[in-house]
Design a protein around this ligand. Sequence first.
Ligand code: NAD
Length: 336
Amino acid sequence: MKELRAALTQASTDEAKTHALQHLLAYCGYLYYVKDAPQMEDYEYDKLYRELVELETAHPEYITSYSPTQRVGAKVEGDFPKVVHGTPMLSLGNVFTYEEVRGFTERTERDLGHQPDYVVELKIDGLACNLHYENGVLVRAVTRGDGRVGEDVTNNVRTIQSVPLWIENAPPYIEIRGEVYMPHKEFQRINEEREAEGVPTFVNPRNAAAGSLRQLDPAITASRNLDFFAYALGSSDGASIRSQHELLAMLDEYHFHVNPNYKLCHNADEIIERIAYWDTERHNLPYDTDGMVIKVNAFEDQEQLGATVKDPRWATAFKYPPEEVETIVKDITINI
Ligand code: NAD
C-alpha cells in the first residue's frame, strides 16, 4: 500500500498517474471487497476514483482491462455457488457538491426533454443483495458481486428476520433488491465480544455485514442480527409498477423493511434541501449512511435515460465528506 501511494505521489505525467491510480485503487478494491479489510477512507477512494475516470476520459489509450473503472464492485471468488444476474446490478455515479447535483438534474432534464420527479433516499452503507421470489416464495438470494455474477448466499439471507420468506399477492416471478446492513448496536456488541475473545475487530458496520453475510455456516450469520432495507426491483414477470415511489409503497405492502426517510422531489432545490437536512440528521440514525441517492421517479423516464456499462444514467449518489473533512470545510467557511 505504501509503495502504491508513493508511486502515485511520484507520478509526474498523466500516463504515470493513470497507471499508479489503477494499481492503487485495484489493490484498495481487493482489500475492501475480498478481504473485508479496507485501508483507505471511502471518501478518499471515491475522490481518487473520480480522478482516474477523468484521466481515462481524457486519455482512453491509458485504459487497461484491469482498471477498477472497468468493472462494478467485487471480484467474485470464494466458496459460494455463482449466479448470473438476469439484470445486471449496477453501481451508482457519484456527486460531491450541490453544484454537481444541479449538473445531474440539468443533464437529466435536457436528455428527457421535460422535468421529471425524483425520489431521494438515504444511501445505506451495506452491501447490495438480490432476492428471487417464485410464486411468492424466496428461492434464492444473491450478492451483487461484480455486477454481472454474484454469490448465492440464500441460506444466510434466510436468517435475516426482516426478509420475508414468502410474499402475498406477488407476481409469478419477482426479484427484490436492497441493502444488507448491520445496525450500530449490533456492531458494537459483536466488536466487544471479539475484543474479549482476542479476535480482530471489524473496521466498520459495512465490513462487519459483508463478513457476516459470507459465512459458510448460516448459524454464524444468524447470530449477527443483520437487517435488510428493500429499495429496487430486479428482473420480474408480471409486475406492473411504474415508478420508484410506487415500488417503495409496494415493498412496504409486501412486508419488506423499507427505509421511511425517502421523499418525492420536484426539482434540484428540493433535492438539495433534503441532502442538507440529512447531512446532520443522519448521525442520529441507528445505522450507517454514506450519502443520499437521487433517482428519476418514473420507470418510463429511467428506461429512456438508460445506463452506461457501470452506472444507471437516471440515478446518482451524493456522497457526504467524512466528519474531519466536514469540520475543516466548516472551519474554513467560518474563518473566511
Ligand atoms: P456505491 O456504494 O458508491 O453506490 C452503489 C451502491 O449503493 C449500490 O450497489 C447499493 O449497494 C448501495 N445503496 C445503498 N442505498 C441505496 C439506495 N437507497 N438505492 C440504491 N442503491 C443503494 O457504489 P459501489 O460500486 O458499491 O462503490 C463502492 C463503494 O465502495 C464506494 O463507497 C467506495 O468508496 C467503496 N470502496 C472503498 C474502498 C476503500 O478502500 N475504502 C475500495 C473500494 C470501494
